[in-house]
Design a protein around this ligand. Structure first.
Ligand SMILES: *Cc1c(COP(=O)(O)O)cnc(C)c1O
Length: 426
């Protein structure tokens, strides 16, 4: 038997026909090796066609940049507050602080793991009572691709006149009532980082609702240069435009995005089938709600990552050694930069059986990762207002992400599930 290759969470995957290289070669051949050009324009048109709803899209250097510019365009500034889902990757909330504003963290609902609409409304009213001002924006997040409750969140946003910035970075191609995520709010954020649904090696995009908004975001993304023969600046801008090389990769990726999404859903279905009879292990599934009129499913997740929860009483091999050593290698895609931790544990971490399963799987050459640690439990956000029901923290303690990308074969899924079964002490 040949030696098994590591199965990673989600790896970049190029088209079989090399479409990406054709567009990149064209950029070289025509000397468009700059942060604008035919590929950037073409990629934006491809994205506009994909998301529909007559949206205008700006291609940017990162999804984080898209969050930043969306908040800026919502008028967020020093002293403002922004309601953001706590259960997320830091790119949803960090840009709030770039603008001198304060994140107000909103906990999750149990069935989608995303922003709880009831807590959101409670937070909006409580912030108004405490500060005299409504929050400046609302940022729900499609965690692992799962749609948030668009109906309820948009209704609350309209009721209080607060713009929504949808963080659909992980939810590219996920739909709610048939409509692509990122097209419900005032702005929609997409990410094309190396591990997302499609990649441009690194990049992102902002979905906007009008030519005027598109123009304004474009101004901010290109150093806000006024139209004079010389550099004239009336506002502070950023260098956030996507490079024409990266956009070439993106154009190629758009030829296979539907295949990627279908594959992620297929992998999820197989996990659901194979994990159904494993006691104590539960796969996170989308709600099965049907739309009242059409009777079609409301939730349509792209299943960017497949996630499980592990009951606390499940005993995992090697559990007695969990958290005994300080980690000295780069973890969680930290680009090889190692900031050796001061301790092996923190005051909020996954249960020992979850950590033991991570280590067991790594030994079996399977990359499994804890679910994202809620932002309201991050030391850097200590002291920020948070509206909490305990859901995201409890999922953090029992949750785990499993490999799901285009490289994950049916055989890999069977192997991964077999490894999980083998890890459990009977
Ligand atoms: C990946 C991601 C982003 C954007 O990240 P970039 O790496 O800057 O493209 C934003 N929000 C969430 C939830 C993400 O997972």
């Amino acid at each position: 038997m040949s030696e098994r290759k590591t199965i990673y969470l989600c790896l970049a995957h190029m088209s079989e026909t090399g479409e990406e290289q054709k567009y990149v070669k064209e950029a070289f051949d025509t000397n468009w090796v700059v942060p604008l050009g035919p590929n950037v324009n073409g990629f934006e048109k491809d994205l506009e066609a994909f998301v529909g709803q007559n949206k205008r899209v700006v291609a940017l250097s990162a999804g984080t940049a898209a969050v930043h510019l969306a908040l800026l365009a919502c008028g967020v500034g020093p002293g403002d507050e922004v309601c953001v889902q706590s259960f997320t990757f830091c790119a949803s909330s960090h840009p709030i602080t770039y603008l001198g504003a304060t994140p107000v963290f909103i906990d999750s609902e149990p069935h989608t793991w995303n922003m709880d609409p009831e807590l959101l409304e409670k937070a909006i009213l409580d912030r108004k009572a405490k500060t005299g001002k409504y929050p400046k924006a609302i940022v729900p997040v499609a965690l692992y691709g799962m749609p948030y409750d668009c109906d309820k969140i948009m209704a609350i946003a309209h009721k209080y006149g607060i713009p929504v910035v949808e963080d659909a970075a992980e939810g590219f191609g996920s739909r709610y009532n048939g409509q692509v995520l990122g097209t419900f709010g005032k702005y929609g954020v997409l990410s094309f980082n190396g591990n997302k649904m499609i990649t441009t090696s690194g990049g992102g995009a902002l979905i906007t609702n009008s030519d005027e908004e598109w123009n304004e975001v474009m101004m901010y993304a290109t150093q806000y240069r006024e139209s004079y023969p010389y550099y004239q600046h009336e506002k502070i801008g950023y260098n956030y435009r996507m490079s024409n090389i990266c956009a070439g990769i993106g154009r190629g990726q758009m030829t296979i995005v539907d295949d990627h999404i279908a594959h992620h859903k297929h992998v999820q279905a197989l996990y659901e089938e194979l994990l159904a009879d494993v006691p104590g292990v539960h796969i996170h599934k989308q709600p099965t709600t049907l739309a009242p009129l059409t009777h079609k499913p409301v939730y349509d997740s792209n299943y960017w990552l497949c996630t499980i929860t592990l009951d606390p009483d499940v005993r995992i091999k090697g559990q007695e050694n969990a958290y005994k050593e300080i980690i000295k290698t780069a973890v969680g895609g930290a680009a090889g930069v190692i900031h050796v931790a001061e301790s092996a544990t923190t005051d909020c971490q996954p249960n020992e059986n979850v950590e033991a399963l991570r280590v067991f799987m790594l030994d079996k050459k399977v990359e499994a990762r804890p679910v994202w640690k809620p932002m309201h439990k991050q030391p850097v956000y200590q002291g920020c207002p948070a509206y909490i029901n305990g859901i995201s923290e409890s999922i953090f303690k029992v949750g785990m992400c499993l490999p799901a990308g285009p490289y994950v074969t049916d055989d890999d899924v069977r192997y991964i599930v077999d490894c999980i079964k083998e890890a459990i002490v009977r």
